[in-house]
Design a protein around this ligand. Structure first.
Ligand code: SF4
Length: 399
């Protein structure tokens, strides 16, 4: 298959739907409770809602929306840090557009811009470097955000800034790493997942090999998935087939892009510029060990955290906000008390309502959710939770 349309073919989708239904009918566990499969990546969440894939699947299969949208897991304190940096008179603060509207404790970057700060939207870190070259009397800061997908381009930009001696450029590094995050999810007592759709973009950089521990240690099947509707359906079929056959392996549905070993050049640039932080704070998930990176000492001249005074305060989310519970799959977005009322895409209270890849924004924007079906399934799951031996096994395996 070479073209996008082929990945959206309704006849092929129908065939896959039938295959999935047949598979699920043969899985004993699915008769007692819905199988919970987490799509780690926000891009997958977007596709699932845009194409109504949850509604296509049998009731015995439920998507759990993972924390793979970097904007969604950005804690309020880091947004406040961005605003503090942006409001310095000498600074031009550059950022990707989706981070502009994430609420801080007092304001977003968009509001800071309206209040007079020089905040500029860019499409790549190289745009920020160019702004630095054009404005030698100003300090240009790039807001580096994202998983391993965006880390290489930020690393390459820092390497270029060093090579070209552009010392009025620096990086406010908020890059995060996927493997410790998945491990934290697997260790969470709130979640009892049956399998994963692995992130496609991140895997393009890191490869499929780093997921081996999920299959080997945690005994969960995982299939790295592409982003078109047929990619998602085929990946779901592959995970369910593993469950039916009692296998736990790392499979790769996105072979047209993802390899076992990833992109060696990208990984080398990342390793040269970044080192792992001891811990990083995530919105809704708290502090996760080794889940973020910072700029290495060698590149300190390009590190905004070393160059400027960053407040670095820990700010609690608003009381009404239930982003953490949504991120952990404990509740669905529409079950948040402020969903669609105090929190909407126009006026987001939580970050899951900001990005198009956020689960709350997807629920709100695509609005084809049969909530009664989802609620029934959730209630059924809660009622078997205490008696299901699979849950007990999962809990013992993690201790
Ligand atoms: S509706 Fe808003 S506050 Fe509630 S979980 Fe979603 S983003 Fe967070």
């Amino acid at each position: 298959m070479k073209y996008v349309d082929e990945f959206r073919d309704p006849h092929k989708a129908k065939t896959l739907e039938k295959e999935i239904r047949a598979l699920v009918s043969r899985i004993e566990r699915a008769r007692q409770r819905p199988l919970q499969i987490m799509e780690v990546c926000g891009g997958h969440t977007h596709t699932i809602f845009r194409y109504g894939i949850q509604q296509l699947l049998p009731d015995a299969v439920e998507f759990v929306h993972g924390p793979g949208c970097p904007v969604c897991v950005l804690p309020m304190g880091r947004v406040d840090d961005c605003v503090a940096l942006a409001e310095r008179p000498e600074v031009i603060f550059t950022t990707f557009g989706d981070a502009m509207r994430v609420p801080g404790s007092k304001k977003s970057l968009l509001k800071a811009k309206a209040d007079g700060a020089d905040v500029r939207m860019v499409y790549s870190p190289l745009d920020a470097l160019k702004i630095a070259q054009l404005n030698p009397d100003r300090e240009v800061i790039f807001f580096g955000l994202g998983f391993e997908t965006t880390m290489p381009s930020t690393a390459m930009t820092v390497l270029q800034a060093q090579a070209k001696k552009i010392h009025n450029f620096s990086l406010f590094c908020n890059h995060i790493t996927i493997i410790p995050t998945i491990k934290a999810i697997l260790d969470s007592p709130d979640l009892h997942l049956d399998g994963f759709l692995g992130p496609g973009h991140v895997s393009m950089v890191i490869g499929t090999r780093p997921y081996d521990f999920i299959a080997r240690h945690y005994r969960k099947p995982i299939t790295v998935a592409g982003f078109e509707p047929l990619d998602i359906l085929q990946s779901m079929w592959m995970v369910l087939r593993q469950i039916e056959e009692g296998r736990c392996e790392v499979e790769n549905q996105y072979g047209r892009v993802v390899t076992e070993d990833g992109n060696a050049q990208a990984l080398s640039a990342v390793t040269r510029v970044f080192e792992t932080r001891a811990f990083f704070e995530w919105r809704g998930l708290g502090s996760i060990d080794h889940s973020g990176v910072r700029v290495r000492e060698t590149f300190a001249a390009f590190d905004a955290e070393r160059k400027f005074d960053v407040p670095n305060l820990k700010i609690a989310d608003p009381k009404a906000c239930q982003c953490g519970e949504v991120l952990k799959g404990v509740i669905k977005p529409h079950q948040c008390k402020v969903f669609g009322t105090a929190c909407t895409p126009e006026s987001p209270l939580g970050s899951l309502m900001v990005s198009s890849e956020g689960a709350c924004a997807a629920y709100y924007n695509y609005g084809r959710i049969d909530t009664s079906r989802i609620d029934e399934r959730r209630a059924a799951r809660q009622s078997v939770k205490s008696t299901d031996p699979a849950y007990a096994l999962t809990t013992r395996g993690h201790s």
